[in-house]
Ligand binder design. Sequence first.
Ligand SMILES: Cc1cc2nc3c(=O)[nH]c(=O)nc-3n(C[C@H](O)[C@H](O)[C@H](O)COP(=O)(O)OP(=O)(O)OC[C@H]3O[C@@H](n4cnc5c(N)ncnc54)[C@H](O)[C@@H]3O)c2cc1C
Ligand code: FES
Length: 284
Amino acid sequence: MSQVAVDFEKGAAAPSPYVPKMARLLEAEQMTETERFFRVALEGEPLRYEPGQFVSCMVFGIGESPISICSSPTQGDAFELTVRSVGMVTNALKKFGKGDRLGIRGPFGNHFDYSAMKGQDVLFVAGGLGLAPTRSLIRYVLDNRQDYGKVTILFGAREPKWLLFRQEVEEWTKRKDIDTRVTVDRGDASWKGNVGVITRLFRQIEVDPTRTYAVIVGPPIMFKFTVLEALAEGIPEHRIICSLERHMKCGVGKCGHCQIRGIYVCREGPVFTYEQVKKLREGI
Ligand SMILES: Cc1cc2nc3c(=O)[nH]c(=O)nc-3n(C[C@H](O)[C@H](O)[C@H](O)COP(=O)(O)OP(=O)(O)OC[C@H]3O[C@@H](n4cnc5c(N)ncnc54)[C@H](O)[C@@H]3O)c2cc1C
Ligand code: FES
């Protein structure tokens, strides 16, 4: 495959979205038994991205996988990823350490509309690995804290050992300018916090539905019941925001792998409002 593709409309050579750029791992850390954190820098120009976008990570000789960027562009030139090992590519990445190189395509997809949320309250609800894409927007909002109203973060995991970004989340819980609450489905001997499903945390908070955006990302069962809670609070469907995962290949709206009812999730998503998701779901 050639390194550049010709953009015939402009008559100039444009970089091909199919050709990965080389990147180097600045940091690699095992967060849980299955999730690994990476801080990555492209060799050459830094990656320009928006909160909510994803990249395709290529392990040469094995394959590539779409992974959400879990950092915010406000954090500098490097970007961060959280990878759960489930199969070929992600298990290969589990062995990657500081200094190792991989291929990166992207960034791909749309992004969280942080401009529309300005001056409004933002309620983040993240389950398990859902904290990865959510964190990109959380970090953005915290780095522009004065632009947003009340910020509430609800985070849940199956057990304490599966909590991601534990230290960072603990720091959020200590901040007076945000309200962070964490729960686990099942506690252990060391756990002193909330026990129960994430929807129970709604009983501990107050929501003004006229000025709240709810950003809900997590496994399907969590998403379903959390959306019901958000709707019960009176938050309108177009202010309930989520990030969808589908099987993807190209990431640029060409191969059709991610398509639902004519919508290419890789290009028109992965961020959708619940209003949009409801229509898409009829096609799943
Ligand atoms: C937009 C987007 C963002 C994502 N963000 C993250 C992230 O931040 N961190 C992370 O760990 N994972 C993320 N994923 C899921 C990740 O892409 C898959 O887990 C990965 O591609 C699996 O590749 P593999 O080669 O390791 O597994 P394979 O050997 O290909 O498959 C192993 C298992 O994973 C399932 N699987 C494969 N691809 C997907 C997929 N796209 N979605 C769900 N299940 C899949 C397969 O059905 C199979 O059961 C994201 C997916 C998308 C589409
Ligand atoms: S992944 Fe190819 S069209 Fe979306």
